[in-house]
Design a binder for this molecule. Structure first.
Ligand code: SAH
Length: 522
């Protein structure tokens, strides 16, 4: 891979030291303004591939989650006033990373070349003889304007748009911008880093001739679940920003186009916008309920996080894996079961050859992909893990399943899928390959949220989720003023919550997601 023809050609053109020849590439990547859906495909691909990721503090956890496990992540976030990592140090870190890793991603909020010092980083990296590529991102002005329902230009209303910096920290900084030039009507002005200098730049614009009646908006945490927008006149913008306690990240849009928001706003009008919901999890898979709540505008966290551990008793798994020749089929419920199986095989001093005579049934494409990572092609891949997915392959299975099948799965209640397999005539041995356990190292962050009153509603979709939630955080919430409301999917779950000392505020009329969501909305 290090000797591709393009690379040798490049080395002929730009003479390099041998260290530089072996160096990786630095990608300056825009992460967009917050909503992970606004990431480019190229950015997502690079995050999954990167060996080292250096990111700003503005980049959210939802996006960092795309970084592959095992990659090194470095937070070089800078805060106004208190510099966390100096720009020279960041440049040096980038170069160091490229000298020891192949793919280095410098992930920056918004777009790297808009008030992001991306230009300086690119120059420093190139000066060190290291390859540098740039991936644009949606800059905060574009993201925030779209999600606030403010077109930046509009025929007959505004024919130009300018991005300026309010120079965040000091009032003196605002003096560096020629406000006179931006005081003309029929143009839109977007001010980045202006929360501290809003009073200063608003009065300069007015002094330069822009009407104090010009509509203006402040948008905080644009495109994120907690987005807030306030609209005021330019003359009142300072007071309105202070009254709303806008802290940031926030930007200001000034111009006649702001008036269009009253007709276009959509993001903040979604039924659950801004509602901070904790969906109590009972299993590691991401929940459909959480996804649906987020689509309706809720600011959702799922907790606790889970990790996969070996079963408490490994004997049944070891025994089955030492006798794989007794089976015609190995069936895997999910990727975790696949990985657990190979861990056990290696622990037993064996390798993939143990499965030479066995066929593989993977439930879902992610499970098949996990098998592929271990060098095995699944003979059957179902579309999902559900009893009906067995029925969909019935013909194929009936022919070949007159025999024995080893069903490897995570610990849990009896599986209806195993029952469906038995219905096809197979002899099915169910063996627990792994078990999900709540990750206690993440408990503190969730406890802090609950204690600080940063959760409005806790949602329980099963009795099991009540038990796991109370075991994890039972000591961190109660009847205090900021305590969250409790919502339960049905009477059984509500009873389980009550039995655990929780006061249930909302119970769904029917035990379905739709009914639960309706109850929360009401
Ligand atoms: N390179 C970034 C800008 C970095 S400067 C970009 O292209 O967006 C940081 C400033 O960007 C903040 O002070 C704020 O004014 C603005 N900003 C960043 N994210 C924002 C968001 N989600 N909502 C509103 N403003 C944001």
């Amino acid at each position: 891979m290090w000797h591709s023809p393009e690379r040798r050609l490049a080395d002929l053109i730009i003479p390099r030291t041998s260290l530089q020849q072996r160096a990786g590439t630095v990608h300056l990547v825009g992460a967009g303004p917050g909503d992970p859906g606004l990431l480019t495909l190229r950015a997502a691909r690079l995050l999954r591939r990167a060996d080292v990721v250096l990111h700003d503090s503005l980049v959210g956890a939802d996006i960092l989650r795309l970084v592959r496990a095992g990659a090194e992540t470095i937070d070089v976030g800078k805060r106004c006033g208190g510099h966390r990592t100096d720009q020279d140090d960041i440049n040096r870190l980038l170069i160091d990373a490229a000298l020891r890793a192949r793919t280095v991603v410098r992930l920056k909020g918004g777009d790297p070349f808009v008030f992001g010092r991306g230009g300086e980083e690119a120059v420093a990296v190139r000066a060190a003889g290291i390859r540098c590529e740039i991936v644009p991102g949606i800059t905060a002005a574009l993201g925030a304007a779209a999600y606030a329902g403010i077109p930046l230009t509009q025929r007959g209303v505004s024919s130009a748009v300018t991005f300026v910096t309010g120079h965040g920290c000091t009032e003196a900084g605002a003096a560096q911008v020629d406000w006179q030039q931006h005081a003309q009507p029929h143009q839109t002005l977007v001010v980045y880093m202006g929360v501290k200098s809003v009073g200063a730049f608003a009065s300069r614009l007015i002094a330069a001739g822009r009407s104090p009646a010009t509509p203006a908006a402040a948008i905080e945490r644009g495109t994120q679940p907690g987005q807030r927008t306030i609209v005021a006149t330019l003359g009142e913008l300072d007071a309105a920003t202070a009254a709303a306690a806008i802290t940031g990240p926030a930007l200001f849009i000034i111009g006649e186009v702001v008036a269009l928001r009253s007709r276009i706003a959509w993001f903040e009008r979604r039924p659950l916008h801004g509602l901070r919901v904790l969906v109590a999890r009972s299993r590691p898979q991401p929940s459909r309920l959480a996804r649906r709540l987020a689509r309706l505008g809720a600011d959702v966290i799922e907790a606790p996080e889970f990790e996969m551990l070996p079963p408490v008793h490994t004997d049944p798994l070891d025994d089955a894996l030492l006798h794989t020749h007794d089976y015609d089929w190995l069936a895997f419920t999910d990727a975790a079961a696949v990985d657990a199986c190979w861990d056990a095989v290696h622990r037993l001093g064996r390798d993939t050859r143990s499965f030479a005579h066995t066929r593989f049934l993977a439930f879902g494409t992610a499970t098949a992909a996990a098998l592929a990572r271990h060098g095995v092609r699944a003979d059957i891949t179902t579309s999902t893990y559900a009893p009906w997915s067995v029925a969909a392959h019935r013909e194929e299975l009936v022919q070949s399943l007159s025999s024995r099948l080893l069903f490897l799965r995570a610990e849990g209640p009896a599986s209806p899928v195993a029952a469906a397999l038995r219905d096809t005539g197979a002899r099915v041995d169910e063996v627990v390959a792994c078990r999900a356990a709540a990750r206690s190292d993440q408990h503190d962050a969730v406890r802090d949220r609950l204690l600080d009153g940063r959760v409005d509603v806790v949602v329980f979709a099963s009795s099991n989720s009540v038990r796991i939630f109370q075991d994890s955080y039972g000591d961190s919430h109660g009847a205090s003023a900021g305590a969250p409301r409790i919502a339960a999917i049905g009477p059984a779950t509500a009873a389980a919550a009550a039995a655990r000392g929780l006061t249930v505020d909302v119970v769904a009329a029917h035990a379905t997601f739709a009914s639960l969501i309706r109850a929360i909305r009401d």
